[in-house]
Each structure stands twice: as structure tokens, then as C-alpha cells.
Design a protein around this ligand. Structure first.
Ligand SMILES: [Zn+2]
Length: 265
């Protein structure tokens, strides 16, 4: 979860019941989509050396997830080296790479507590972290913050997120919201799909970028609550009729394909 997460010894593998052919096919598609999303994060500059995670629950028997192999940069993630783990970060099957179980603590708590939280994303972008460090948090002063009216939860900083008991407090602070500012730490989003989590995180991160730029110009002009509420209702990227993020994610994945399609391997 954090740039100073503590490396843990490799986990023991556990056995699982056999998935069906359709589960295997769905997992393969999800691996490609997730690996492409890691590459898209790298393309956007949303990387923190080898740290941070995007995790996705996979269909099939058991409650299993895909996570980035610990030690690789997001540009090195591909469909095959994503690691399948259970909610306790035990590796399912085998993996040439370890995972960072300490970093999975918060993701696991959310996946465990929220049934439709199939995807959890977490970043330490400079703009997101800067707003997370500010006393006011996200201000309702720009086009993108206006699309997140009453959607953002906050969680107070407790240090490096390596303790399982913090997970319960993060889930409680999240409540029914789907994006969170981890104070003094970074941003987090969840979604029922990768695309949904992505478009939420992108909107929050963009709002933070604009807030940071506006701060350099002086006092920002506030947006009235009723206008923000209307903006949020009207926001196309959250609307299932406009793909709930799928359109924008697919556009980014096509861009990734033009740069380096090796994530599909
Ligand atoms: Zn973190």
C-alpha cells in the first residue's frame, strides 16, 4: 500500500478447487484488462516505483484476486505475471514473483467487506497526495470536484498501512462512498469493474491536479452545492449508458497497445 511497505517472506501456496473453462476464459480476459490498466497507470504517471496496487476479484470457485508481482514496475506487469492470491494474500497455484501482503491489507479489508468492490485502486500521485495532505482536503472549486459531490470519503492517517485492524476503520470511514482520500497518504477508489474504479479515480485525481494548479493562482472560486450536485448527476463517465468508464478505459488501452502491447503476454 505504501512506498515504505515492508517486504514479507514469500507466502505458502494453497490449493483450490478446479475452475471451469468459462472461469479460465474470464480470468484470462481479466488478466489482460488488468495488466493493460497497470500500463495505463504508468502512461499517466500514476506509479510509485514498485509500490501501490490495483487488485481485482476474479470469477470462479473461492474468493481470489489478481495483484501486481512485487518488485516489478507497472511497465513490466503483464497478463501472465499477475499473481493470483486469496484474501489473506496466500498465492494460489504458483508465481515466480512474491506479492506484498502488507500492501494488500487495505485492499483485502475492502474486498472482504463490500461485495461489489471487485476492483480496488490506490495511488500516491503528487496531486492526490498534496490534496490529501491539505487541511481542507478536496475543495469544491473545479469542473471535476463538482462531479464528485458527496462521493468522497476520508480516512485519517495512521502511519504505514500494515496493520490489519486499520482495514476495519477504513471500511467504516468509506461507508457507502466509492472514492476515498487517505489523509496525508493518497487516493483510493473502488468499483464493480476495473473501468468503474478507474473513472472514479481519474476524476478524483484530475480534481486534485486542478486544485493544486489553482492554489498557485490564489483563492479558488467555490462552486455552489446545488450546481455540484447537478454536475455529479449529469457526469457522463459515471453513467452506465456511457459505459460507466468502459469507453475511456478502452480508449486508454488502445493507446497502451500502440506503445507496447506486451502486457497481453
Ligand atoms: Zn499507499
Amino acid at each position: 500500500m505504501s512506498a515504505v511497505d515492508i517486504e514479507q517472506p514469500a507466502q505458502q501456496s494453497v490449493q483450490q478447487s478446479a475452475p471451469t473453462a468459462s472461469h479460465e476464459s474470464a480470468e484470462r480476459a481479466l488478466r489482460i484488462e488488468l495488466a493493460g490498466t497497470y500500463r495505463a497507470f504508468a502512461m499517466l504517471g500514476w506509479t510509485e516505483l514498485i509500490y501501490n496496487h490495483i487488485t481485482v476479484r476474479i470469477p470462479g470457485p473461492g474468493t481470489h484476486f489478481l495483484i501486481n508481482p512485487f518488485g516489478l514496475h507497472y511497465t513490466e506487469v503483464n497478463a501472465s505475471n499477475l499473481v493470483k492470491i486469496d484474501v489473506d494474500a496466500n498465492v494460489i497455484g504458483s508465481s515466480a514473483y512474491p506479492v506484498n501482503p502488507a500492501g494488500f491489507v487495505v485492499h483485502a479489508a475492502i474486498h472482504r467487506a463490500i461485495p461489489d468492490a471487485h476492483c480496488v485502486m490506490h495511488t500516491h500521485t503528487t496531486a492526490g497526495l498534496a490534496v490529501a495532505c491539505s487541511q481542507a482536503g478536496l475543495e469544491n472549486t473545479n469542473f471535476y470536484s463538482a462531479q464528485l459531490h458527496d462521493m468522497v470519503a476520508y480516512h485519517d492517517f495512521e502511519g504505514v498501512t500494515v496493520r490489519a485492524d486499520e482495514g476495519a476503520r477504513i471500511v467504516a470511514d468509506l461507508g457507502d462512498k466509492r472514492v476515498m482520500i487517505l489523509r496525508n497518504h493518497g487516493l483510493l477508489s473502488i468499483g464493480s469493474t476495473i473501468a468503474e474504479a478507474f473513472v472514479r479515480l481519474w476524476t478524483l485525481n484530475r480534481a486534485c491536479e486542478v486544485q493544486l494548479a489553482t492554489a498557485a493562482l490564489g483563492t479558488a472560486r467555490a462552486i455552489p452545492d446545488d450546481i455540484a450536485a447537478r454536475s455529479t448527476r449529469d457526469a457522463l463517465q459515471f453513467n452506465p449508458r456511457h459505459g460507466a468508464g468502459a469507453d475511456v478505459l478502452q480508449a486508454l488501452l488502445r493507446q497502451v497497445d500502440r506503445i507496447d502491447p506486451s502486457y497481453r503476454e
